[in-house]
Structures are given as C-alpha cells and as structure tokens.
Ligand binder design. Structure first.
Ligand code: C2E
Ligand code: CA
Ligand code: CA
Length: 452
C-alpha cells in the first residue's frame, strides 16, 4: 500500500517535471514567446484545420533592424532587455488564437487569422511596426528601433509550412532591402524574381570558381591636358547562356551572399596583373578598382589586398580604391580604419557616386578621401540645367576646400566635357572619351593614344 502510494507520488512528480520540460521547450527562455519548434508544429496543425474551410491564416515575420548596433553599443544585457520589451509589446497585440514566437536572435514571427485579408494585413502590420517604433528609455536617453516585416497568407501563398515560410521570408528580404521600417506582403512575382536571383547566385559562384569574371578598363582623362592618366577596372560577366549580366546586378547578388569577397579579390588580382605593364611603360599612372562597402566589413580585407599586391608586384601607390558610402556598412569607424590602412600603403581613396544615396558631407571628415567622383546623374543635365551646374560647381569648390581631386563620370558629349572643364573639374571619364574595354583593346587604345 505504502509502496503503491510512493509509486503514485513519483509518477505525479515525473509528470509534472515532464510538463515543465515541455513548457520550457515550447517557450523561448528569454522572452517567454513560443519557441521556433513549438511555433512550427502550431502552424502545421493550424494549416490542417483550415483546409477546405475558406479560412485564411497569416504568417508575419518580424526582423528588428539594426539590432546588432544596440548589442554592440549598449551591451548584451540591454539588448536582451530590449528583446523582452519588444516581445511584451507584440504579445499585447496578439489575440487568443494567435501565437507569437521568437524564431531567431532578433527575429519574431506571428501566426494569426486573417479575417478580411486586404484590410486586416495592413492594419496588423501597421500596429506591429508602431509598437516597435516606440522608443526605449535607457540612461536618460531614448533608444529607437524599427523592424522589417514580411507577410504571407495561407492558403494563397502556400499551404505547407515550408512554402508559406519561404513566401514570408522572400517578402521580408524585400522589406529589408527597400528600406526597413516597413512591411511587405508576398506576391507571386516576388517568388519568380527570387528564383532568378537564387539561380544567378549559384551560377556566379561557379563563374568565380572558374575565374570567368573578366576585368574591363575605362580610361580617365586629365581635363587640362586631355591626356589619359588612368583607368577604372569594371567587372564583366558573360553568363553561360551567352547573356552579358549587368555588373550592378551581379555585384548586388554577390553582396547579398558571401561572394563579394571572392569577386573583389579576383578583380583586384586580374587588374594588378593586367595593368602593371601599362604603368611600367608610362601609358597610365593610376588604376582604380571598386571596393564594395560589404568588403570593408571583412576583417581579412587589408591583409588579403597586401598579399595580392605582393604576389603581383604591383606598387600600391598606383592604386586607387573607389568606394560608395553605404548605410549598410556595419560600422563607419571600422571602415574608416581599414581605408586608412590602405591609404597608409600609399593608395588613394575615391568616394564614388558622390551626391547620390547615402554619401554626405560628414563622410568627408570621417574617411581618408582623396578624390570625389561626381555622379553621372549630375553630369547628364550639366549643359541644360542651371541647377545641376550649380550643384557640380558647389561640389568642385567643396573638393578644393578639402584639397580633394574631382573626377566627373558618365561624360557623353563634348559640351559636357567643356562645361566641366570650365568649372575646374580635374578629370573626366565617360563614353565621350572611351567605353570600358577588354584588357587587350584597352592596351591597344592606350598605345595608340601615346603615339599620337
Ligand atoms: P560605377 O563604379 O559608378 O561605374 C561607372 C559605370 O558607368 C560603369 O557601369 C560604366 O560602364 C558606366 N559608364 C561609364 N561612362 C559612361 C557614360 O558615358 N555613359 C553611361 N551611360 N555609362 C557610363 P558598369 O560597368 O555597368 O558598372 C556598374 C556598377 O557596377 C559600377 O558603378 C560599380 O558600382 C559596380 N561594379 C562594376 N565593377 C565592379 C567591381 O569590380 N567591384 C565592385 N564592388 N563593383 C563593381
Ligand atoms: Ca566606380
Ligand atoms: Ca559611379
């Protein structure tokens, strides 16, 4: 009898421990939101239930923007507290049938019924974004955060966990890409585009393995003497299908994946090898290569560049790095340090696409810049538009004040070249002088120009 009681008690204990363990497995220990595993089985069950009922279920994927910066600058403890607060705020918005989960370090997901999908979706997302945007108070300061959201609805965007997850994920990536602090709803066309990019990324990986990416070169002309002083290396890729893929596209694909390091290093090596004799023969003095801001995030970069310079015997003093400032740069201070190291090798740094996108005046002070490249979009209107002309003039004056060189790119006509010269621009680059050419064609071009 006593034994029986003990067995019973023990069984109860075990059951309760089991329940606690299950509960723990179902919850994320930090925020108390559902765990990823629990969430997935919940979705699977929910999908089974709606089959044939006409009911719809929404999967909302929420990714906190720039959360790494909070962890890095305020510490992990504060980072954790922010996550807990976010989870509480999101939880407060979820209904009894809904489930909130923490699916990754700074990722949450919500599954909920979509009663009237068109109104419902947007309203739900707007409220989610809103509560995340509310500042956090830390040490007398407001800390701001935003999120990117991707939404997919079952059964329209998929009926299996894998499909609906993929759809929401694609929408989320697009939300991140087009500027964060927003929600994007999945559309079938996005899937096709995603497939295409995915395939191109795989093809690019192969092309890099086979060293199929070629360096072409576009001359730069000294505005006063009319002589060619240097070239810019531009990547070219002929896809196995025969199609020439635009560099902005494959560079972006390389940046999204982990291919930009290889692409950048291969381009640098090919450029050093090809142009070293041109410099030795006095055909040009300077060679520019493009450096993606993503490459500057990599701590191996400077050493790898040094290695290539050593193995090709290329003198760093003839090299220029063209960089575009980018809001995605993990840390500007870190990028500035690496650029300074390249500068210390004797290379120069050019700020590409100046005046567009994210480049700003503060950058000029933070980064060791030697050259400003005036973007084609200002050159385009320089003859007809007094506004564009005033802008370019202001940039050139600014450059002079900072002792920087100016290069105008995308010069297509004699008239544009003339106006830029009159405004005091130092160098010009564009179809009017020469298009980007293969190494062989460029060499012939430079030789011919040197003789004439
Ligand atoms: P970017 O660095 O601003 O390069 C200038 C672009 O303008 C080149 O396009 C060039 O062919 C084009 N261009 C030059 N003169 C003219 C002109 O007179 N008219 C017109 N319409 N276009 C002109 P491309 O070669 O298609 O390269 C596009 C972008 O791709 C580059 O812009 C650069 O951001 C990126 N890119 C190209 N090669 C590399 C590379 O090796 N590494 C990295 N990170 N990015 C690269
Ligand atoms: Ca460039
Ligand atoms: Ca440019």
């Amino acid at each position: 009898r006593e034994l029986e009681e003990r067995v019973e008690q023990r069984t109860e204990e075990l059951q309760s421990a089991n329940a606690t363990a299950t509960a723990l497995l179902q919850r994320d220990h930090l925020t108390g939101a559902a765990s990823r595993r629990h969430f997935e089985s919940h979705i699977a069950r929910r999908f089974e239930k709606i089959v044939g009922t006409g009911e719809q279920v929404m999967l909302v994927m929420i990714d906190l923007d720039g959360f790494k910066a909070i962890n890095d600058t305020l510490g992990h403890e504060i980072g954790d507290r922010v996550l807990v607060t976010i989870a509480e705020r999101l939880q407060a918005l979820t209904g009894t049938d809904d489930l909130l989960a923490r699916t990754g370090g700074n990722e949450f997901a919500l599954v909920c019924s979509a009663l009237s999908p068109d109104v419902g979706e947007e309203a739900v997302c707007a409220r989610l974004l809103e509560v995340i945007r509310q500042p956090f108070f830390h040490r007398g300061r407001d800390v701001f955060l935003s999120a990117s959201i991707g939404v997919a609805t079952a059964p329209r965007d998929g009926t299996t966990l894998a499909d609906i997850h993929r759809s929401a994920d694609i929408a989320l990536r697009i939300a991140k890409k087009i500027g964060r602090d927003r929600s994007v709803r999945y559309m079938p066309a996005m899937g096709a585009e995603y497939e295409r990019r995915h395939q191109l990324a795989a093809d690019l990986r192969q092309a890099l393995a086979r060293h199929d990416i070629e360096a072409h070169f576009q001359p730069k002309v000294d505005c006063r003497t009319g002589r060619i002083t240097g070239v810019e290396a531009l990547a070219r890729w002929r896809h196995p299908s025969g199609e020439q893929i635009r560099p902005d596209l494959f560079v972006a694909i390389a940046e999204e994946g982990d291919l930009i390091r290889d692409l950048g290093l291969q381009m640098l090596e090919a450029t050093c090898r090809r142009t070293k004799p041109w410099i030795e023969r006095g055909l040009i003095q300077r060679v520019a290569v493009n450096l993606s801001p993503r490459q500057l995030d990599d701590d191996r970069l400077v050493d790898e560049i040094r290695t290539i310079l050593a193995s090709t015997g290329f003198d760093a003093r003839h090299l220029e790095f063209e960089i575009t400032e980018n809001y995605l740069m993990a840390s500007v201070d870190d990028a500035a340090r690496k650029l300074q190291e390249l500068h210390d090798l004797g290379s120069t740094i050019a700020l590409d696409d100046f005046g567009t996108g994210y480049s700003n005046l503060a950058t000029l002070k933070r980064l060791p810049i030697d050259v400003l490249k005036i973007d084609k979009c200002f050159v385009d209107g320089i003859v007809e538009s007094p506004g564009d002309q005033a802008l370019v003039q202001a940039v050139i004056e600014l450059a002079k004040a900072f002792s920087l060189m100016t290069v105008a790119e995308g010069v297509e006509t004699q008239a544009q070249a003339f106006v830029l010269g009159a405004l005091g621009c130092d160098a010009l680059q564009g179809y009017h002088f020469a298009r980007p050419m293969s190494g062989q064609d460029c060499e012939a071009f430079l030789q011919q120009r040197a003789q004439s």
